[in-house]
Design a binder for this molecule. Sequence first.
Ligand code: NAD
Length: 796
Amino acid sequence: MIGISSYGGYIPRLRLNRMSIYQSMGWFAPALIMVAQGERSFCNWDEDSITMAVEASRDCLKGLDKEKVDAHFLCSTTLPFSDRSCAVLVNTALNLRNDIVAEDFTTSLRCGTSALITALEAVKGGERHKILVTASDKREARAAYFYEMWFGDGAASLLVSDEEVIAEYLGSYSLSLDFVDHYRGAQHKYDYMWEERWVRDEGYSKIIPQAINGLFDKLGIGMDDVDKIVYPCFFKGEHRKIAKKLGAQPEKVMDNMHEVCGETGAAHPFVMFVRALEEAKPGDRILLAGFGQGCDAMCFQVTEKIEQLPPRRGVKGSLERKKVVDNYAKFLKFRDLIQTEMGIRAEAPTQTAMTVLWRKRKMITGLVGGKCSKCGTPQFPKMDVCVNPECRAVGTQEDYEFSDIPASVKSFTGDLLAVSVDPPAIYGMIQFEGGGRFMADFTDCELDEVKVGQRVTMAFRRRYADEQRGFTGYFWKAIPIPGTEPPAPKERIRFDGRVAIVTGAGGGLGRVYALELARRGAKVVVNDIGGARDGSGGGSQGPADKVVEEIKALGGEGIASYDDVSTPEGGEAIVRKAVDAFGGVDILINNAGILRDRSFAKMGFEDWEKVILVHLMGAYNVTRPAFIKMREKGYGRIVMTTSAAGLFGNFGQANYSAAKLGLVGLMNTLKLEGEKYGIKVNTVAPLAATRLTEDVLPPDLFEKLKPEYVAPMVLYLASEQCDETGMIFNAGMGYFSRVAVVQGAGAVVRDPDSIPTVEDIQSNWDVIDSLEGAKDYYNATVALGAMMKGKDTGVR
Ligand code: NAD
């Protein structure tokens, strides 16, 4: 049995919403509205008829033995070379055998169906057994032209064979007529179209029925013996009329796919035929016709084998994988229909050395690397020495094809400086399963969708176009597949059953702590007075309520408290709320804060007092009742909030600095008093963009300064996994470090029995001042002990 044994399809991922053409150009060509329905497919900037042909062919050959393919016909009217066999180029990319016939069929939209008939007849003649016939087209039209609306880009591939036939070839009939509906002169970019009415009336609607009826007569069958007819015709009305003329019921007529991708030129009969095969069942008869300077008509009967064909992307899968673009200018740029300034970097020479292309053709065009025959380690590129450090065998590399090996993203970047038609240029390291990696360009993706660990598929794409010499260079790129990244590691740190109080949680840092605690299972008391930045005014319930709503929306538990931390009653009330609502308190984050910055000389008592009251007294007011509850329970986590201003000083923040370092003192003692009750007390020095810092921090850093970058440290310190106590940590912008009060090694400057003089201090200054060998101490006693043991400098 002779016929089709496999099929493959490829429609580029990008679809242009046709309305966007009309929206941009309707002022100029209002009649465009008539055909502005649906979407047309279009090539990414690095795709063309060659790359699409490679993809459709790979899809067609999926799961099959490529070695058996003994001829390959490439059909297209838009090949990038007029003199260089594009079929041979595609063969090299596919790593097909060298001793096969590879031929380009071109210069007519009918070239696909003509090549198919040639292949079927060649296999029938017994000279060949498996011929891959691939049709691909990327047709150009001038901007704001009807044909820009009608055309689409795409490719499809059919394997003609004398075994495992899924659609048996019943016969063909061809008409060759020099009917010129359009043409493209050898040096021209665009087709010249003849008057539509003429093309419709004298062309499509006469020639297609004539060819199909010719086939019917030849095979002795009629329309009743056919289940589906496939013929391209982008005039919608005409497409229907032809069916009527042939006596075909509408359900037998394959849709011309105008709405979903547009007319894909020489590929379109195949694209529509593949679509028909995807829906066909054994026994169906499908009639296929291709129009262009005449018409080819063929008939096939689907066999049982179609049900055993391994799953593939096909045309259906390609249509489902899409990204709709409304940006008409992007479409024009990708097709080189508008000139943009590409910058000096784009002037770098791109000439390909034909010597290298020939010698390294397997590597560059076929993505063939090496595999060590001794240890089995794959590597790219192939080299004399095995990369496996335990092997290092020389001369053991065998060819190893990487294009179909599963791979994943190891690292990546988006580069706005690199020359790119679609910035940023995205590239990164990809790792192949079983071994082998290389730095690849990424394509068909958006930067924010790329993730480390995501799977990628390899695609043959244009690497560059050497305009000066008319050469297009190709290489393999990686396409990340969104949603395939490994699941985030399971959250090990949870707060289920824990009750947390976060003061000042109505906004800024506190809000993020509260949300994350709730998301991880804690019941949270969201305390906030809702006051102004400087603590003035009456306050409001709004901020705390809003955060509680957010917690509930996350599916968590939270309750609002509007109490003032700066009074003992306020502190008591906050803790009471936790006990009444949730039965206790396990975690306290002292976070509420205000600012009243003034240089010290201008700082009146009120500004001093108010800041101390909120920060330092506030921590006392809430911590004391909470600490008592924690002691009763034998468990607690307390986090104080200090600041670089307190730890190191900051001009104009004397009040704030004093309060913030006071909190460190409070922690130092509470860590000791809480020790035997399982209470750990730590301090965070955050850095984040909030209303407290909005006028001090540079706006361009705001994204990195999100409180979310601080929260992980605070939550860790609040978790039962945290064994630390009495520590201070910096946290901000993803940076974390420990801060400590340390004591230098120092020295006893006189013999222990005599009292040092002022001069002794002066003469020993270097050793007294030195922090060499400085240490932090757990408590005052230990620190004092170290002091007592101070070294004798011997200096008198
Ligand atoms: P923020 O102003 O957004 O949050 C502080 C919250 O505390 C506000 O919602 C406020 O209403 C509340 N509050 C003020 N007085 C209160 C009171 N008496 N009772 C209850 N609630 C009260 O500012 P933020 O930056 O999120 O500050 C949180 C903590 O972090 C503060 O202690 C601050 O000093 C400290 N801090 C922040 C940074 C930073 O870079 N943002 C740096 C160092 C320290």
